[in-house]
Design a protein around this ligand. Structure first.
Ligand SMILES: [Zn+2]
Length: 488
């Protein structure tokens, strides 16, 4: 008996020792040490220009008839004057009417080009919500070192930061070794026809980019528990999207003598079944890579499960899946959005329909989603249909071990010392669904620190960007351009 107890205690001690040792060793991979950037950007000039850019109402409306061409023309003429120095070095042309494409020619014609991109259209401000803004959304107010207005974050800040970076490099006498393209879309918020035209144009000219860098994620603060440094998830893929209708049928008639199973009850049961049986997911592939890299920067206790997945995988999966962010990273998500049933209060429906939007994880295809839903809810009375076309597949996953990823990661670590960098997955859509077609690798990341509170302004009220954040963005883009196209 005594021997058994000793054996159990020894094994337990050994297990704990292994867990602790593995956690202790679970630290950031040996990254090449970088010198923190000592530079400063001309932040006041950058901020003033972003404020000016915000004043042009380059709004993308859902209804094409509301498009105000003059605002776009005015923006383009302001842009051409303001960045005449950049355009002199990198001639600009208009593609797809209002999208701006600049090519900064490199000295080595054989080197593969790269693309930096952003968009200058913005989403509308919800009518009636203007008074909730601390400063009017299109006034371009700078107050207390913050630039206020629609587009500050999404994505005129990106346009200005990239142009200020190029302008500063030109002033310093920099000439690129390889071609650098800048593309500024005019309709990202409504499908990105401009970006598609740019991609088609580049393809037609036989241009294949080594990589492209578009908006996507930022450096987030307070996003992951246990991580007290800015977290830069450089997105290497974006989710797809498909919307399905689930249709339940039933016998119609008067509601005074209803059968037990009417169409609405059947639909409700189908939706519950789908909630109980989501698409399989879990910590594998890109999701695993992201949490592995991020967790290496976490506090010790938070690192334990990630360092010991052989022991804690099930628990980790459950814990992450219970959060909206974690769940969106781990699997295809399911969001019922619209419902319809009978046309009158006392008429039993012969059909009840739920519209359900799925954001497709790169491990699944649109067909996988349709098959899964059909298997879970399909029956004699319940069917599934694809009413809005075939949906959009998730993008391919770009290489997080490529030179391009290394350049963006290095620039981030120089300008934001101590930041945790990891490959990430974009859950929304970007213009890169088009640009990615002419790029070996496509990254989606804006080098600016953003808090949870800042994110509420994204497509929302009180969109803003701090002058300091914009300045850091300028420096980061400068380093990205230098590292990508500097003399070797
Ligand atoms: Zn955007």
């Amino acid at each position: 008996m005594k021997n058994i107890i000793i054996t159990v205690i020894t094994l337990l001690a050994l297990l704990i020792a292994v867990v602790i040792l593995r956690t202790w060793m679970h630290t950031p991979a040996d990254e090449e040490a970088v010198e923190p950037s000592q530079r400063t950007a001309d932040v006041n000039r950058a901020a003033a220009r972003l404020a000016e850019a915000i004043r042009f109402r380059t709004v993308s409306h859902q209804n094409e008839a509301d498009f105000e061409a003059q605002a776009f023309e005015d923006f383009i003429s302001w842009f051409s004057t303001t960045y005449a120095d950049v355009i002199a070095a990198a001639p600009m042309e208009r593609v797809g009417h209002y999208t701006l494409l600049l090519r900064w020619p490199g000295s080595d014609a054989g080197a593969q080009p790269v693309l930096l991109t952003a968009h200058y259209d913005v989403v509308p401000v919800i009518p009636g919500s203007e008074s909730a803004w601390s400063h009017p959304p299109f006034d371009g107010v700078i107050a207390d070192d913050i630039i206020w207005g629609r587009g500050a974050l999404d994505d005129k800040g990106g346009v200005i930061a990239q142009m200020e970076a190029a302008s500063a490099l030109i002033a310093a006498g920099f000439t690129p070794r390889r071609d650098i393209y800048f593309s500024f879309g005019h309709d990202e918020e409504v499908g990105g026809g401009g970006a598609a035209a740019v991609a088609a144009k580049l393809a037609g000219e036989g241009v294949q980019l080594e990589w492209s860098l578009d908006e996507g994620s930022f450096l987030f603060e307070g996003m992951l528990p246990g991580l007290d440094k800015p977290f830069a998830a450089i997105n290497v893929a974006e989710k797809g999207s498909v919307t399905l209708e689930i249709i339940a049928s039933g016998t119609g008639g008067h509601s005074s003598m209803p059968p037990r199973d009417n169409a609405v009850n059947r639909l409700a049961e189908a939706l519950l079944a789908l909630r109980e049986e989501p698409l399989p997911g879990g910590l594998s592939g890109l999701s695993a890579e992201m949490f592995d890299a991020a967790s290496r920067h976490m506090a010790f206790t938070y690192r334990i499960p990630f360092a010991n997945r052989w022991l804690f995988d099930g628990m980790l999966d459950d814990t992450l899946s219970a959060t909206t962010f974690g769940n969106a990273m781990l699997r295809t998500t399911i969001a019922p959005t619209m419902l319809s049933g009978s046309v009158k209060t006392n008429v039993l429906p012969i059909q009840a329909v739920a519209t359900v939007n799925f954001r497709v994880h790169p491990r699944d295809s649109v067909q996988d989603v349709v098959d899964h839903v059909t298997r879970v809810v399909g029956s004699e009375h319940v069917s599934v249909r694809l009413p809005f076309g075939g949906g959009r597949e998730a993008s391919k996953v770009s290489d997080a071990n490529s030179a391009g990823f290394g350049i963006v990661s290095r620039a981030v670590r120089e300008v934001f010392p101590g930041a945790a960098v990891a490959p990430g997955l974009m859950i929304a859509a970007s213009d890169t669904r088009h640009y990615g077609k002419v790029a070996d690798d496509a990254f989606r990341f804006t080098p600016m620190v953003v808090t949870q509170e800042d994110l509420t302004g994204f497509h929302g009220t009180n969109e803003k960007l701090s002058v300091e954040t914009l300045g850091k963005g300028v420096l980061a883009y400068q380093r990205i351009i230098e590292l990508a196209a500097g003399a070797q």
